[in-house]
Design a protein around this ligand. Structure first.
Ligand SMILES: [Zn+2]
Length: 370
């Protein structure tokens, strides 16, 4: 095991170089394992304390309650949440209410057979609260042609997107081990899957590590070859630099950034502070959305939600806060039309409903709101 201080120093040195390839992710990943197994120690380490103290806002740090008072009325969506696993969402309802959460993109396991089950849990949650949950799915083997049937069937049924899909994972202690992961974002049937996403105007949320080198070259190939597909770069800020994100956004219109607030705000391994990302967020005001990643690697999911509010507070401009907190993701979801299957089901319930211009969001509410 590399001593913590050495890791940190190496990461800083690596970040200063151009085109460092996999360095950041590898060093970071080593520490993710360590942090996951000993969260309390990691959070109370001298490095963690130093990082928190280094934040310019630290001396006048607002409490979570202050932030809730200030930003609670602004609609807030979590764009990346795994709480379908083990029905965790059942126990989250009061926290979401207290933390003024308005929408959760819900899925469970990532690109493995157990995801078939957790996809079904996400669907159940959605049927129960169609105004709150947005179900995604990832239970298909992207190396098998049957994946195309699953993707079409689920999108037709009413799922809003695909995620979290392991489009490449070489260092994540969890995702690198999943059975259906892709080698890169053009592997297996992913190209045909991207076309299905375009047909349904459904976004696809990709996990990619390392977030540089050949993995991103392949992502760029996918972005160029599938211009009508909406790609979301999962936890784009994790072990990644604002410069890399900026380059992608400058080159491609069809990529959006899922910003895992807790990583930058709370994870001592983040080499960038929220302030470092503000210029690119301001340059691309329509491209960022916030997420908790269910608090992966953090003390709690509550802490991950608090971090979302801290990002909003750092953004501060009310119009941009509104976009990043909710509207950017909402615009993608609103763009999805109701499917033939949904329209038929609605007309079966009430033949008088005009379904011609119905969106998927509206269809879900007509079908499932009690
Ligand atoms: Zn995730």
């Amino acid at each position: 095991m590399i001593p913590r201080m050495t890791v940190k120093t190496l990461v800083i040195v690596s970040a200063a170089c151009v085109g460092i390839g996999v360095g950041i992710w590898r060093l970071g990943s080593l520490d993710v394992t360590d942090r996951t197994s000993k969260p309390a120690e990691a959070l109370s380490s001298p490095i963690a304390t130093a990082t928190v103290e280094a934040l310019p806002s630290a001396p006048v740090r607002k409490s979570f309650d202050d932030l809730l008072t200030q930003y609670g009325p602004v609609p807030l969506a979590d764009a990346h949440n795994h709480d379908a696993s083990d029905f965790k969402y059942d126990g989250m309802q009061s926290m979401w209410k207290r933390d003024a959460m308005d929408r959760v993109v819900l899925f469970g396991d990532v690109s493995e057979s157990s995801a078939i089950r957790t996809d079904a849990y996400a669907w159940e949650a959605y049927k129960d609260r169609p105004d709150f949950f947005v179900p995604y799915f990832s239970g298909f083997d992207l190396h098998d042609p049957s994946s195309l049937e699953v993707v079409r069937k689920n999108l037709e049924q009413g799922y809003f997107g695909l995620g979290e899909i392991a489009a490449a994972s070489y260092y994540s202690p969890v995702v690198s081990k999943v059975e259906w992961k892709a080698k890169d974002p053009m592997d297996g049937f992913l190209p045909q899957i991207y076309e299905l996403c375009a047909e349904y105007q459904a976004p696809i949320l990709l996990h990619m590590d390392p977030p540089n080198g050949f993995v991103i070259d392949k992502l760029e190939e996918a972005l160029a070859a599938h211009p009508k597909t909406t790609f979301i770069f999962g936890h784009a800020n994790a072990y990644n630099s604002p410069e890399n994100i900026k380059l992608l956004l400058e080159k491609h219109d069809n990529i959006y950034m899922d910003f895992f607030a807790g990583f930058t705000v709370l994870n001592p391994e983040s080499t960038n502070r929220i302030e470092d990302f503000l210029p690119v967020i301001k340059q691309f005001p329509d491209k960022f959305m916030l997420s908790t990643d269910s608090g992966f690697g953090l003390a709690s999911e509550d802490a991950a939600i608090e971090a979302m509010y801290r990002v909003l507070d750092a953004i501060s401009d009310p119009a941009l806060v509104k976009k990043v907190a909710y509207d950017n993701l909402d615009a993608i979801l609103r763009n999805e039309p109701a499917t033939k299957t949904q329209k038929e089901a609605i007309q079966k319930l009430n033949a008088a409903v005009d379904v011609t211009k119905l969106t998927k969001l509206e269809a879900g509410k007509l079908l499932w709101v009690k």
